[in-house]
Design a protein around this ligand. Structure first.
Ligand SMILES: Cc1cc2nc3c(=O)[nH]c(=O)nc-3n(C[C@H](O)[C@H](O)[C@H](O)COP(=O)(O)OP(=O)(O)OC[C@H]3O[C@@H](n4cnc5c(N)ncnc54)[C@H](O)[C@@H]3O)c2cc1C
Length: 461
C-alpha cells in the first residue's frame, strides 16, 4: 500500500457560513492552522447579514444535521437551549393531511438561522488554531507556475483601495455558496468546468415574524405544509428564540406571495391547513415582510471532472443547493464535513477527487427527494412512465395511511430528516401496512381547521 501524505500547514476556507464553519471544525483536527476568509463583517450577536440573505427565512435543522452538529460540537443542543432555542415537536402536513404524531420520535431544535449560525461560529472561533478574517473578499485562486496546485487565495480588504495580496495555504476550501466563482476560476486556469445540473422551480418566498405565546398551537413548535400538484404552495411556521413565530410562505413557478398585509394573509388562507392563517390573522407582527427568489435546484458535478488542481476543493451550496422548503442545505453541509473528515483521515493525495465522490453520494439522496418531488409538481415535468406512476400511487397511499399510523409516519419522517433513503419506505413490513390502509396506532393530529375539500379529494386519488 502506498503511503499517503498527511495534512499539514494552513488550510484557508472561503466563507464563514454553515458549510465553511463546519468544514473548518473538521480541518482544525488535521491542519496546524485554519483561516476563514469572509467578505461580510460578522455580527457579534445573532443577526442576519448581507452574505447570507436566506437567513431571514425559515431554516429547519433536520434530525441528521442536528446529530452531526452534536458530534462536532459536544453539548451543542443543550448549549442552544440554554441560550434560548426551543426543543420540541411539530406538525407535518403532507399529501393532504397531517402525519400521525410519533411519540418516540426525537425532538427538534427550533431557532432562527442567525441564532444557529452564531452559535456554530462562536464554537468554531473558540478553537485554538482557527482564525476568522472578516470583510475580506476572495478574488481569485493563487496557483503554482504549472497551475497544477492551488497555493492560496488572492484577496482584497473591502472598502480598501490596496492591491490584492495572497494568503498562502496548503489547502483552499471554497465554501462561498451558490454564487461560487470556482467554475470561472477553473476555466481561467485552463481546467474544465463542472457540468451544472439545473432543475427549475422559479420559487418566491415571503417571510414575516410574529409574537408567539407559549400556549400557541398547544405547545407545538412547527407547522409545515408541503406542496402538492393541486396547490404548488408551501409554508412553514416555526417557533424562534425570544417568543416569536417565523412564517415563511412560498409559491412555485412564479407564484410570488404578496408582501402587503392583506395579500400575505390571503396567501396563508389559501393553504390546505389553516393554523398558519389563524396565527397570521391574530398575532402581532414584529417585522415587515421580506422576500427571496430561488430559481433552480443546482448541482455542479465536480465528481465527474477528470482534471482538478491539487490543494483545492469545494463544499456546501457551492456544490449543490436544493429547493429550500425541504430544509436540507445545512444538513448536507454537515454530512459533507464528515465525508471530508473521512477523506483527510486517509491523507491528502487526490483529496479533491476522493472528497467529490463522497460528497456526490451524500448529495444523491436529498437531491432525489427534492428534485423527485419538484418534478411531480408540474404537469410539464411529472414522470409518466408506469414505474413512476406506481411509485406516486404508493406514496399517496402511504401518506394517507400515515395520518393514523405512527409507524408509517415515523418512517416518512426518518426519510425527511435524511436518516434513511426514500427506498426505506418500500420495506415489505411498511408496504403491508400501507396496503391495509394503515393501522390506527397513534392519536390523530388535530384535524386542520377548514381543511380544503379539494386537497382532501386529491389525496384520496
Ligand atoms: C430561502 C432559503 C431557505 C433555506 N432554508 C433552509 C432550511 O430550512 N434548512 C437548511 O438546512 N437549509 C436551508 N437553506 C439552505 C442553507 O441556507 C444553506 O444550505 C447553508 O447556508 C449552507 O450554505 P453555504 O455555507 O454553503 O453557503 P452560504 O450560506 O451561501 O454562505 C456563503 C458564505 O460565503 C461568503 N462569501 C461568498 N463569496 C465570498 C468571497 N468571494 N470571499 C469571501 N467570502 C465570500 C458569504 O458572505 C457567506 O458568508 C435555505 C436556503 C434558502 C435560500
Amino acid at each position: 500500500m502506498t503511503q499517503q501524505t498527511q495534512a499539514t500547514g494552513t488550510a484557508v476556507v472561503i466563507g464563514a457560513s454553515m458549510a465553511g464553519l463546519l468544514a473548518t471544525r473538521v480541518l482544525s483536527d488535521f491542519y496546524d492552522t485554519v483561516v476563514i476568509v469572509e467578505r461580510d463583517a460578522l455580527p457579534a450577536s445573532p443577526e442576519a447579514r448581507k452574505g447570507v440573505p436566506q437567513a431571514r427565512h425559515a431554516h429547519a435543522l433536520l434530525g441528521h444535521g442536528q446529530q452531526v452538529l452534536e458530534e462536532l460540537f459536544p453539548g451543542f443542543a443543550e448549549q442552544l437551549q440554554e441560550q434560548g432555542a426551543l426543543l420540541g415537536k411539530g406538525r407535518m402536513f403532507s399529501g393532504g393531511g397531517y402525519l400521525a404524531r410519533v411519540a418516540d420520535a426525537p425532538c427538534s431544535l427550533y431557532a432562527s438561522r442567525p441564532f444557529l449560525e452564531h452559535a456554530v461560529r462562536e464554537r468554531v472561533r473558540a478553537l485554538p488554531n482557527v482564525s476568522i478574517l472578516e470583510q475580506i473578499d476572495v478574488r481569485d485562486l493563487a496557483v503554482d507556475a504549472s497551475r497544477a496546485r492551488v497555493e492560496g487565495v488572492r484577496v482584497r480588504t473591502r472598502g480598501d483601495d490596496a492591491a490584492e495580496r495572497v494568503i498562502a495555504a496548503n489547502l483552499v476550501v471554497d465554501a462561498s455558496g451558490r454564487g461560487s466563482r470556482t467554475p470561472a476560476w477553473l476555466a481561467a486556469l485552463g481546467y474544465p468546468e463542472p457540468v451544472e445540473e439545473l432543475v427549475e422551480v422559479n420559487m418566491a418566498y415571503t417571510t414575516r415574524i410574529f409574537r408567539r405565546r407559549p400556549d400557541d398551537l398547544g405547545g407545538d413548535l412547527l407547522v409545515n405544509i408541503a406542496p402538492t400538484p393541486n396547490l404548488t404552495r408551501a409554508s412553514a411556521m416555526l417557533a424562534l428564540e425570544g417568543d416569536r413565530w417565523l412564517v415563511t410562505v412560498a409559491g412555485y413557478f412564479g407564484d410570488a406571495p404578496p408582501t402587503d398585509d392583506a395579500g400575505f394573509l390571503e396567501f396563508t388562507r389559501s393553504l390546505p391547513a389553516q393554523e398558519i392563517y389563524e396565527m397570521v390573522r391574530n398575532a402581532e407582527p414584529l417585522t415587515e415582510p421580506v422576500t427571496y427568489r430561488f430559481r433552480a435546484n443546482q448541482w455542479r458535478h465536480y465528481e465527474r471532472l477528470e482534471r482538478f488542481p491539487d490543494g483545492f476543493l469545494v463544499i456546501g451550496d457551492a456544490i449543490c443547493s436544493f429547493t429550500p422548503i425541504y430544509g436540507q442545505g445545512m444538513t448536507v453541509a454537515a454530512l459533507e464535513s464528515l465525508a471530508l473528515r473521512d477523506c483527510l483521515t486517509q491523507g491528502t493525495d487526490r483529496l479533491a477527487q476522493r472528497f467529490f465522490k463522497r460528497a456526490a453520494k451524500v448529495i444523491a439522496i436529498p437531491w432525489s427527494i427534492t428534485v423527485g418531488n419538484d418534478r411531480k409538481l408540474s404537469p410539464a415535468t411529472a414522470p409518466r412512465d408506469p414505474f413512476n406512476r406506481a411509485l406516486g400511487w404508493y406514496l399517496a397511499r402511504f401518506l394517507v395511511a400515515a395520518r393514523t399510523d405512527a409507524t408509517l409516519a415515523g418512517a416518512f419522517m426518518r426519510v425527511g430528516n435524511l436518516f434513511d433513503p426514500p427506498t426505506a419506505l418500500l420495506r415489505p413490513s411498511l408496504a403491508l401496512r400501507v396496503l391495509r390502509g394503515g393501522r390506527t396506532s397513534a392519536p390523530h393530529q388535530p384535524e386542520p381547521v377548514a381543511h380544503h375539500e379539494q386537497e382532501r379529494q386529491a389525496a384520496q386519488i
